[in-house]
Design a protein around this ligand. Structure first.
Ligand code: GRF
Length: 194
């Protein structure tokens, strides 16, 4: 399965997926492209170092649909079959969702539906929850919304700060995203073979 990963920043989840594919943890798959909407995304260099093609497609004042059309084109040109959002900071247009129906996944640092949106770890921290975590889900037209694929709980300790809690969630994100994509690839193969 050909994977395309969309990033806007640091790219640690992208790196987790790329490294897992390279290590043979996600069989029969290939990360064919990493696309960023920001030319200064730190993840771009990390992808290049790993020999992955990178493409920068900035919004440049265009409306969302036009920007998304260019991204869809870049993904389709490369035969991408699964789109993984990894810290991609834009809401996808309905046209994007339809172009890759049930083929777009996202990782979010909370137990959705709790705490969607920005700064989910801080939201959970400030709400005083004892347990938070992360979610991999299929993407629909709403923010951090769509059928959940896998979730992982992370306990909040008494001496946690937002930073220590976020770091422990991020560690789990990397494992959860790899496992979710591994399962999606496996399931699509068994569907194809039946
Ligand atoms: C992660 O916490 C992810 O769950 C959220 O954005 C952050 C991206 O981090 N959607 P990175 O770019 O993968 O390091």
């Amino acid at each position: 399965m050909k994977l395309g990963i969309l990033i806007s920043g640091r790219g640690s989840n992208m790196v987790a997926l790329v490294d897992a594919v390279a290590a043979g943890e996600i069989l029969d798959s290939q990360v064919a492209v990493v696309i960023s909407d920001r030319s200064d995304a730190a993840g771009l260099e990390k992808a290049r170092e790993r020999g992955i093609e990178t493409v920068v497609i900035e919004r440049n004042g265009r409306i969302r649909e036009e920007h998304d059309t260019e991204i869809i084109g870049a993904l389709k040109d490369r035969g991408i079959e699964l789109v993984c959002l990894a810290g991609y900071m834009r809401l996808l247009s309905p046209g994007f969702i339809q172009a890759f129906a049930n083929k777009i996944v996202n990782i979010h640092p909370s137990l959705l539906p709790a705490f969607p949106g920005l700064d989910a770890q801080r939201q959970a921290f400030e709400a005083g929850v004892k347990v938070t975590g992360c979610t991999v889900h299929f993407v629909d037209e709403l923010l951090d919304h769509g059928p959940s694929i896998l979730q992982c709980e992370v306990e909040r300790f008494g001496d946690d700060t937002v930073e220590t809690l976020s770091a422990r969630i991020l560690e789990q994100e990397h494992k959860l995203y790899v496992e979710a994509v591994r399962q999606i690839v496996l399931n699509s193969e068994s569907t194809r073979n039946n």
